[in-house]
Design a protein around this ligand. Sequence first.
Ligand SMILES: Cc1c2[nH]c(c1CCC(=O)O)Cc1[nH]c(c(CCC(=O)O)c1C)Cc1[nH]c(c(CCC(=O)O)c1C)Cc1[nH]c(c(C)c1CCC(=O)O)C2
Length: 341
Amino acid sequence: MNDTFLQACRGERTAYTPVWFMRQAGRYLPQYQKVRGQVSFLELCKTPELATEVTLQPVDLFGFDAAILFSDILIPMEAMRLSLEFHEGRGPIFADPVRSQKAVDDLVVPVPEEAVPFVLETIRLLRRELRVPLIGFAGAPFTLATYLIEGGSSKVFLNTKKMMFREPRLYHNLMAKITACTSAYLQAQARAGAQALQLFDSWVGILAPCDYEEFALPYVRSIITDLRATTDVPIIYFANNGATLTRMTTTVGADVLGFDWRLPIGEAAARSGRHAVQGNLDPLALFLPKERLEERIHAMLTDARDARGYIFNLGHGILPETPPEQVRIAVEAVHRFSGKP
Ligand SMILES: Cc1c2[nH]c(c1CCC(=O)O)Cc1[nH]c(c(CCC(=O)O)c1C)Cc1[nH]c(c(CCC(=O)O)c1C)Cc1[nH]c(c(C)c1CCC(=O)O)C2
């Protein structure tokens, strides 16, 4: 068992720098496309044998130091009795956006073992196969709320901010329900065998710091507090585009803070104090010529040398257009430059 990744999460010294990539399983891999050609994305998420297969693909191909469960942050939202569809090229769609108290009242806080048994079964199958740690995950409440309120992806988040500012009680009622669901969901993943848990807060970067503090942060903290009472697996909090929020993200109670590429990793580490840090290569930097990509990775490893613990990652999910060969070059460079035997 290679647990370098878990050591880094805990801020322990590691023999070399562990690396995994957000969205490491996915469309940039022909092997994924082949499986995905047979089933829809949601069917793939709900079939443990297939979800296991695509989770393992990037680990086997590139030697990543951690695996991340193949699923989606919106799976537990569908389990709250919302209709969810994924449309080619348009991403996720909730046909009935949640914008009224009636709609919030209709949301069910599911029991994970009953509502999403396939996720827990995938975790159990993966633990039998893997020689590196398995990361479970969930969306953080604000990010999930944007999908429910907007009915899908968004650019300006008009409906979300309108609800926050004009109907704060409705907004907070919705957030409380999403938080209860997410808390139970992550605890169930840990019970099933997930060895670390990442909260993806993909859209908090659109919030003013004062609004983050009032409308997002308390719910993240509450989930982490619940987790601390029931499990000791390391917790990673990724606040995408969150450089302006670090004064607050350092208080949510996570072990590891994930960073996008807008802040140099050394500065991120300095701001993160006792936390380990994870990140933060621009996913598009994977398009650099080999030599320049290697230089960039070398510079990041040097910049992060004073971090309490460092996990190399991208600053956001890998793009479907990425050549797999470039991923191989990057992982190999992280390992070689950081002294993997
Ligand atoms: C916001 C968000 C979502 N999903 C997720 C986030 C948070 C991280 C982030 O900010 O990127 C998280 C996620 N989604 C997926 C994973 C799997 C694990 C991994 O390899 O990282 C994880 C951790 C698979 C996926 N989730 C999705 C795919 C593509 C589905 C396909 O095969 O067509 C995959 C592999 C679909 C998805 N899911 C979501 C969107 C907006 C889309 C469509 C956009 C797109 O098509 O790339 C919501």
